[in-house]
Design a protein around this ligand. Structure first.
Ligand code: HEC
Length: 79
């Protein structure tokens, strides 16, 4: 992705539980394109979200769980 693509809002997120938490936690620094193009297992998403928390993403333990669940469901390996 180019710098411009990173900054763009990116594709709309699929509806579902956890969408709000993702919107809140994951769209302040970059758009959705950064993660909607990826496919990872739950464990993969868990470590990716952990890496983003280290960069400064903020959310409660509950929100983090919701984000990991949402990403694994919508952008998981078996899709
Ligand atoms: C505090 C700013 C910030 C927030 C909030 C944030 N990110 Fe990121 N993210 C970055 C930066 C900066 C990069 C650029 C690449 C790098 O530095 O590794 C990035 C890159 C990525 C990448 C590309 C792969 C990688 O690791 O570089 C993915 C996937 C990603 N973010 C997912 C997420 C998800 C999911 C969330 C919500 C939990 C999130 N980001 C929230 C700053 C943030």
């Amino acid at each position: 992705l180019s710098a411009a693509e990173l900054k763009a809002p990116g594709p709309a997120l699929p509806e579902g539980p956890g969408k709000e938490a993702v919107t809140k936690m994951c769209t302040s620094c970059h758009g959705t394109a950064v993660f909607t193009g990826m496919r990872m297992s739950g464990t993969g998403w868990e470590s990716e979200v952990g890496a983003m928390v280290e960069k400064g993403a903020q959310g409660s333990a509950e929100e983090i769980r919701a984000v990991v669940g949402y990403l694994a469901k919508n952008f998981g390996k078996t899709n």
